[in-house]
Write a protein that binds this ligand. Structure first.
Ligand SMILES: [Zn+2]
Ligand SMILES: [Zn+2]
Length: 130
């Protein structure tokens, strides 16, 4: 009985992780919508677990909304948010040394969590600039 329960949990965990193979960024609500047979509390508990184990990174890109992405040290990037459609794009090439060079010498950059806001390609044709 115990083993069966453990296996059941790990299948749910696996399915949450698998979502990130097709999605760069997901909010908890989106995960709940994509996995309708798993209850919300289980999804939140597992997300917390993955954040603690470092498999998933918690991000605040949109105001007041927590987003999640799979942590991959080989794919370090920052985020661009389209203010119209909330699309998130990856920004590469902003490295620690660059940021460090823009700061006083006595501060030590540990990690970079940078969000850039703008309008994506598709939205720029229907929106006037800010
Ligand atoms: Zn857009
Ligand atoms: Zn990302």
């Amino acid at each position: 009985m115990y083993l069966v329960m453990v296996r059941k949990y790990s299948v749910k965990r696996q399915r949450i992780l698998q979502l990130f193979e097709d999605h760069h960024i997901l909010t908890a609500n989106e995960i709940v919508r994509l996995l309708p047979d798993i209850d919300r509390a289980t999804i939140y508990r597992n997300l917390k677990y993955f954040v603690e184990t470092g498999e998933i990174r918690q991000l605040q890109i949109q105001k007041n909304v927590m987003s999640y992405e799979r942590f991959n040290p080989d794919d370090m990037h920052q985020h661009f948010l389209c203010r119209n459609c909330n699309k998130v794009l990856k920004i590469y090439g902003i490295d620690k040394n660059y940021i460090q060079s823009k700061l006083p010498h006595d501060v030590n950059v540990e990690f970079i969590d940078l969000n850039v806001i703008g309008v994506c390609d598709e939205c720029s044709s229907v929106l006037k600039p800010c």
